[in-house]
Design a protein around this ligand. Sequence first.
Ligand code: ZN
Length: 132
Amino acid sequence: MIQFAVRTNSRFEMLDITRQVRDLLKESKIKSGICHVFVPHTTAAVTINENADPDVGRDIIMGLDRLVPLNGNYRHREGNAAAHIKSSLIGVSEAIIIENGDLILGTWQSIFFCEFDGPRSRKVFVKLIPTE
Ligand code: ZN
């Protein structure tokens, strides 16, 4: 298992981490397999979505905020119940196919670390599983 650190700068953020994951894969020299990305946090998530238009990330954040407003009738005393709910909605892991030593992602796809309760120092765990 490999890990790297990310630093988020605002309360909500979609941070493109594709390059960091690709660099780890390149170092591993694995040609075929599965890349598992896991976020060990309860108020963050990981997703794959469009990288070309930054408004897509902003719209995802806005759309999630409409679904799960910051202030609701929540019981969680820490005051960040919305962030916990968003983390569970989006999920904390992604599995990406590795072929010819690269991640199989669509032209417009990137891997995004989703911050729902920043700014914070966060971690991303990556497990590269060769299948050759
Ligand atoms: Zn909490």
